[in-house]
Design a binder for this molecule. Structure first.
Ligand code: ATP
Ligand code: MG
Length: 354
């Protein structure tokens, strides 16, 4: 039940919201669409579900074309066999929690004990089993969102589209639900498209992340690959924090490049090829090691800020080539004003597009 979109376009008036998106979302995997507000994530889901008519391109679900611009093909939403959890969860206020979740089963003609067991098991999964007889209006926003999630899961639809399904949950539950959705996915083997603008949520839940920017997918990959090898500065900064260095000169040597930075600093980097003009150096904060001043091979810097945040310390360190962010797991006794030596491994230096 893979989902393939080819040259998918959607415009509202003169505004082009999806600009020729061509992607393949794998069967029985969690594909996460990640990007800033307004970049076209919800529009992509709505086009796949058939709630929105694209302006051009093609959509196929499990090998069946459900939309095509020319010659025109249009399969109605209810015949696409997808279920969707909306950003604004649509649950029925006049029904109980149990009845809300049982709805898709009723529609599929599943009744009696089998329906009851399935509903209760699904409610247990989202932590709402004791709420089954309650009226849906007597729930908090987060609880209502879990009902919506349960309703999408309970149906036998092989494809589930989830539009920010965790956005109304508190932080702790949100993290728990990520794990639940992944476990559920492994058990049921559904094809899930999951939309979020939270990079941590995206990386923790995805098999593959599709990074959107202004109506196009700018990069796709397994979470770790995307985090470790962002193609551009935008991708690097959207997926986490990044130190970007624009002012450098380079020379290729036997074991990679050697970068010359302002202040006479040299930085060896394990690169297979020379950087292209305009490309930038990118170093993740956790890749810097903060050591004592004068440590062998280290670069001298001065601590500008040090914040202890429980399991790690976050530093801002002034260097001749700019202020660097550094994160250390061991809370070293460094204070603002301290002179330190910072160090980064040659294969933790990336070159990214501007
Ligand atoms: N019915 C509509 N009419 C006009 N413009 C629309 C309509 N629906 C969406 N848009 C515009 O299309 C763009 C993409 O919207 P979309 O809802 O896909 O963004 P999104 O990535 O889901 O953002 P968010 O993270 O805020 O939910 C936005 O600029 C939005 O204003
Ligand atoms: Mg949206």
């Amino acid at each position: 039940m893979s989902i393939v979109v080819r040259r998918l376009q959607k415009s509202y008036g003169t505004q082009s919201v999806l600009k020729s998106v061509s992607e393949s979302f794998a069967e029985a995997r969690i594909s996460v669409l990640l990007g800033a507000s307004g970049c076209g994530k919800t529009t992509t889901l709505r086009c796949i579900a058939g709630l929105e008519r694209p302006s051009g391109g093609e959509i196929a679900i499990a090998g069946r074309t459900v939309y095509q611009a020319t010659p025109p093909i249009w399969i109605a939403p209810e015949r696409r066999h997808v279920s969707m959890v909306f950003q604004s969860y649509a649950i029925w206020p006049h029904m109980t929690v149990f009845e809300n979740v049982a709805l898709p089963l009723r529609a599929a003609g599943i009744k009696g004990e089998r329906a009851r067991d399935t509903v209760m098991e699904t409610l247990r999964l989202v932590g709402l089993e004791t709420f089954a007889p309650r009226s849906a209006t007597q729930l908090s926003g987060g609880q209502q969102q879990r009902v919506a999630l349960a309703r999408a899961i309970v149906s036998e639809a092989p494809v589930i589209l989830m539009d920010e399904p965790l956005s109304n949950l508190d932080a702790k539950l949100r993290v728990e639900m990520r794990v639940e959705i992944r476990a559920l996915q492994r058990r049921l083997g559904r094809t899930i498209l999951f939309v979020t603008h939270d990079q941590e949520e995206a990386m923790s839940i995805a098999d593959t992340v599709y990074l959107y920017h202004a109506g196009t997918v700018i990069q796709r990959g397994a979470p770790k690959d995307l985090y470790d090898r962002p193609a551009t500065r935008h991708a690097a900064e959207f997926l986490g924090r990044a130190n970007i260095i624009a002012d450098y000169q380079w020379q290729m040597g036997a074991s990679g490049a050697v970068f010359a930075l302002p202040g006479g600093v040299t930085l060896p980097a394990a690169l297979a090829q020379a950087p292209h003009p305009g490309e930038l150096l990118c170093i993740r904060p956790e890749k810097w090691r903060v050591r004592e001043a004068g440590a062998p091979r280290s670069i001298a810097g001065r601590v500008a800020e040090a914040s202890f945040v429980g399991n790690r310390t976050e530093y801002r360190i002034d260097t001749p080539f700019g202020q660097m962010s550094a994160v250390q797991l061991d809370a070293g006794p460094r204070r603002p004003g301290d002179i330190v030596g910072i160090e980064v491994a040659a294969d933790d230096i990336r070159v990214v597009g501007a």
